[in-house]
Design a protein around this ligand. Structure first.
Ligand SMILES: NC(=O)c1ccc[n+]([C@@H]2O[C@H](COP(=O)([O-])OP(=O)(O)OC[C@H]3O[C@@H](n4cnc5c(N)ncnc54)[C@H](O)[C@@H]3O)[C@@H](O)[C@H]2O)c1
Length: 146
């Protein structure tokens, strides 16, 4: 059973964040620069929301708002689903699909310790399947030599 902690061991616990008073333009510029699709919104060390590419598309671009005049706090999503390092990755995929969200922060004993995306889960599960396949292939080859 692969856990969220396995993903964090591979990618690290770094969390990219932004403050709610920052403009959406600066948030999008930061996401593009870092090559990521979300930023946790943090003010005074407290998480107040998350802003993603989808928030920009639905609440700024489609509403004809100007990203330079709109603050992150006005369009961020307030509902955040937290994970723990012990969560099973297959369960997390199901949670992300159900909740229509692709980024979830991880909390351990009340402390933020990372953030994972649906892409991280897909990559981890695909690696697990490959490892399993390699093991079975070697097992069969050893037991039924040609
Ligand atoms: N082929 C597939 O099965 C599949 C599945 C899901 C996503 N994708 C695609 O893969 C690409 C990447 O998607 P993604 O789901 O990984 O999202 P993403 O581009 O936001 O994430 C890229 C990486 O950055 C990290 N990241 C994102 N926001 C972060 C933050 N605020 N703090 C710390 N780390 C952060 C993620 O954990 C991930 O490791 C997208 O183009 C997506 O469409 C493909």
């Amino acid at each position: 059973m692969t856990k969220v902690s396995d993903i964090l061991t591979a990618k690290g616990g770094n969390i990219h964040s932004i403050e709610p008073e920052t403009t959406v333009y600066d948030a999008i510029a930061k996401m593009v620069e870092l090559g990521i699709g979300s930023l946790l919104v943090i003010e005074d060390e407290t998480v107040s929301g998350i802003i993603t590419e989808r928030d920009y598309l639905s609440k700024v671009a489609l509403k004809n708002k100007n990203s330079r005049d709109t603050k992150v706090g006005e369009v961020m999503s307030h509902r955040i689903i937290y994970l723990t390092p012990d969560n099973d990755v297959e369960d997390v995929m199901a949670m992300m699909t159900e909740a229509h969200c692709r980024h979830m922060p991880v909390i351990d004993s009340g402390k933020l310790c990372g953030l994972i995306s649906i892409g991280d889960c897909a990559k981890q599960l695909s690696q697990d399947r490959q490892t399993q396949l390699n093991y079975l292939t070697e097992y069969i080859a050893d037991n039924y030599p040609g």
